[in-house]
Design a protein around this ligand. Sequence first.
Ligand SMILES: *Cc1c(COP(=O)(O)O)cnc(C)c1O
Length: 397
Amino acid sequence: MNLSAIHLEQKVKTKTNMPMLIPYGRQSIDEDDIKAVVEVLRSDWLTTGPKVEEFEKVVAEYLEAACAVAVSSGTAGLHCAMHALGIGPGDEVIVPAMTFAASANCVIYTGAVPVFSDVDPETLLLDVNLAEKKITSKTKAIIGVDYAGQPCVWDDLHKIADKYNLALVADGCHALGAEYKGTKVGNLADMTVFSFHPVKHITTGEGGMIVTNKPELAEKMRIFRNHGITTDHRQREETGSWFYEMKFLGYNYRLSDFQCALGISQLNKLPYWISRRQKIAGRYNAAFAGSSSIRPLSVLKDVSHAYHLYIVRIDSRACVMDRTMLFHVLRSSGIGANVHYIPVHLHPFYKEHLGTHPGQCPVAEKAYEQIISLPIYPEMTDEEQDYVIDVMKGLMR
Ligand SMILES: *Cc1c(COP(=O)(O)O)cnc(C)c1O
């Protein structure tokens, strides 16, 4: 264990004041993080400077991937990935129904159509057999969401991607540090997108990163995040030239240097934080083992789960109330439970825009009625967790 891990463990053990609301997730920021950001604020480069490249390098190294492209959010990263694949009007992209809206919105941004596919009832990961049935001559790609921090069944996704010549994108926003058959998320699809929102594994405030082993895709995304302009401000400064060309329509999806400095500092602590998340999940699993009313989602063998979320299903016959009531009781007991997610095809925008409707993805819709996300974050204390467990168990028959 390195010094920062010991320091972090001390912090977890000695934190005894329970907050008013135990959140479902939250960031950990220490003095090293603050120092790293302040150093950049005192430097010449607030954005498009050396910290961007450094952050990309350390993330690529950690994930053992060839290229990483830093962007302003996970959502921007998904848009970059769609652009790099040349997705556009007339194309279809298969997306699981059980995910955050951004996984599908990125397809809409390009003028293409997200096709919602249902999930496996036990894991709530994309059901690959059902996804295959959604493939048409217009399908260009599949976005696999490593939901809650558990990798998709990537071997099966590769089989159908190869068979129909489709690109694979991983929405890995929940799964930084997760592994599938010993391979880290980041090397399991053509491109993998991560988010650095404060509830995710590491944070830059807002931020994201796309990781790929295909340099030509990385190059397209670097230009896309900078308006479609082929050189950036720093490159022009270094070559002493004012000339630049905008080759196609891009966006300003850049991540600032002080955010990248925070990301670099946060990444040092990621392995310890993942072990904390796994330990907390293990304690929940042990506490709920044998309960017929509180059932954690299944974990596949051959995966290392990164536990962005800890999700259980509630059997309303065994609970004294349904999931919605349970949610309100937990909230009023100071437990910041949450629901991840409302299936995307049930949102008004998709109903109006694509004509989606209830009944389209019955497994995701049924799960949505039953799931609840319980608090999990690296600095959660045993005391806080025991309180959550006691309240949950007290509400079951
Ligand atoms: C957080 C998240 C995103 C979006 O990331 P932002 O950085 O908030 O834009 C996309 N997909 C999933 C599954 C997420 O959880």
